[in-house]
Write a protein that binds this ligand. Sequence first.
Ligand SMILES: Cc1ncc(COP(=O)(O)O)c(C=O)c1O
Length: 406
Amino acid sequence: MEGFERSQHLPPYVFSLTQKFKEVAQAKGIHIIDFSMGNPDQSTPMPIVESLRAAALIEQNHRYSSSGGIKPLREAICRWYQRRFNVSLDPQDNTVVTLGSKEGLAHLMLAVANENNVALIPTPHYPIHHYGFVLAGAKLIQIPLGDDQPENFAQRFCQRIIEGLEQTVKGRAFIVLNFPANPSGHCVELSFFEEIVAIAKRYQATIIHDFAYAELGFDGYQPSSILQVPGAMDVAVESYSLSKSYNMPGWRVGFLSGNATLVSALRHIKTYLDYGIFAPVEIAAVTALDQGDEFLVPIREKYQQRRDALCQMLNGLGWQVTPPRATMFLWAKIPSAYRAMGSVEFTRYLIDNSGVTVSPGIGFGETADDYVRFAFIADESKISQAGESLKAMFAKDGVTFEDLAS
Ligand SMILES: Cc1ncc(COP(=O)(O)O)c(C=O)c1O
């Protein structure tokens, strides 16, 4: 269709592409083993569901809720930040409830950026980090996350951010961060956030940190919040999601916290766009944040076990991968025998020839075409089925362990 310019700037969304391949393969009778979307497959803890049920029986909760979140939820968010990170927030000024974090990030970008702004986007990235700014009309500079060793990563990445900021006008730049990172699994320590906050202040830049995987650190790694840095709230906001930590992806609840001006901009634009979330969902979110800590441990353990099983399976076949320290994703370089196909064609080939379904790297940035992403949404028995299917596909293609490992 002609003239729908804003939507024409959006390529097909990464997951709709995989979904299409999957449907075609299923129609051919291929058994799908799905690792594609970061859509938690476990059930929401029962006390959270019970809290929703009780709240749904109260008629008053059926009315329009409050754009930006009911006060009890904003207060629960402040208690959560205090308990988890020793960060003090004001429930009125420093936090706003969002319809999942994706909605909050997209509308924040729309509220605060336009063609006079430049956004520095680490690549590979979760799509809305990039396309939220595309929709807002801002200019973009891609900052490669790179494949530096973890001990060099923070310093080199900060250097690349500085080089990006040098190309911008003071006061007009946004820096998007997402640590632990989807899809690449990059992780940082608090010292990185201290440095990046100092850099942002020097260039009068604004930081938007997506903290969706705050609770999914493995082997004892505990991700830090950027708001732990003294003075971070002068320049930064942080989004969080209940989707991953509490197995609540369909509930659509998250929040954005930190800098009062940015929080207020998002709250303001949202008064025009929505009437908030169904109040019983918000009441259940209070239960999750206040009483949910005990559920985090088994959820995290399950992802860690799946990570280990998946990495072991792939490495056992010769497909060399490095286990991430956090998130629910494995970012895997396409084996050299198949790399020339590019990630979309390889994804299609993998589904057609093994049923194993992943997300193509290119959906996470143009420079990520040599990669695919596995999500930890399949249990160990499916991982072992996937291992058998891949083994058969490699054998049929004459691709040996040594070829895969090269
Ligand atoms: C990094 C990141 N941010 C945000 C989201 C969106 O999550 P939600 O909108 O469910 O909170 C996701 C989902 O996969 C994600 O990986």
